[in-house]
Design a protein around this ligand. Structure first.
Ligand SMILES: Cc1cc2nc3c(=O)[nH]c(=O)nc-3n(C[C@H](O)[C@H](O)[C@H](O)COP(=O)(O)O)c2cc1C
Length: 208
């Protein structure tokens, strides 16, 4: 793949909320999970576990997390259910959020990312030993033509997920990622430019 190809892949790895009913094969999931294992972790400890959630009991826990997450999202983003005839971009995007969260039990693929925290590592920095693996998974999924979405459903459904999966007490849930064959196309990401977010030496000094 050319450098441009890889940059395009990153630029078009979007949050996908609408999927076809087509299942994701174990072979493809395995390739994405293998890419996850190529990520760095502190001391190369690789204290991660990637749990594919497929059983009805696991999917019920996922659905519970999604239901509770939707309540939070509605509060935080003041999101209202769009009128059926509203075709604005905002309405379409809100509709996708409602549909996804309300139909979460039947999304094509779900992977729980978990990690065992490392000693002497500050809490935020713990994430640096699991989220690169998650991002590798997202990029590998995109390269397969899949769409995927990082969710916070592992936080809103934590107790049920821990119970059904049997997560050891000293492991933390890091993310719940869903994936599937996308319905419709999303285009490139929209992000603040480097000029706005990068600095040189001092906080307020522009890098370029
Ligand atoms: C930590 C985190 C938690 C997220 N949780 C949810 C979620 O619970 N539900 C959801 O629909 N999207 C969730 N998202 C997706 C974000 O809304 C999405 O990545 C962001 O809007 C950028 O979308 P884009 O890449 O398509 O531009 C989450 C993303 C991250 C990184």
């Amino acid at each position: 793949m050319t450098d441009d190809g890889f940059r395009d892949l990153m630029r078009t790895t979007r949050a996908t909320r609408r999927y076809t009913d087509e299942p994701v094969s174990d072979e493809i999931l395995h390739r994405c999970l293998e890419a996850a294992t190529w990520a760095p972790s502190g001391g190369n400890q690789q204290s991660w576990r990637f749990v594919v959630l497929r059983s009805p009991a696991a999917r019920a826990a996922v659905a519970e997390g999604a239901r509770a997450a939707l309540e939070v999202i509605q509060d935080v983003y003041r999101m209202v259910r769009p009128e059926p005839d509203d075709t604005s971009r905002q309405a379409r995007s809100a509709r996708a959020v409602f549909e996804l969260h309300e139909g979460a039990a039947s999304v094509p693929a779900v992977v729980l990312f978990a990690m065992q925290p490392q000693q002497m590592t500050p809490p935020l920095f713990q994430g640096a030993s699991i989220y690169p693996a998650m991002q590798n998974f997202l990029l590998a999924a995109r390269a397969e033509g899949l769409g995927a979405l990082v969710t916070g459903w592992h936080t809103t459904g934590e107790a049920a997920l821990r119970e059904v999966v049997g997560v050891p007490d000293d492991w933390q849930l890091a993310a719940l990622v869903i994936a599937g064959w996308p319905r419709g196309s999303l285009g490139p990401v929209r992000r603040r430019p480097v000029e706005e977010v990068a600095a040189l030496d001092a906080w307020d000094a522009p890098f370029v």
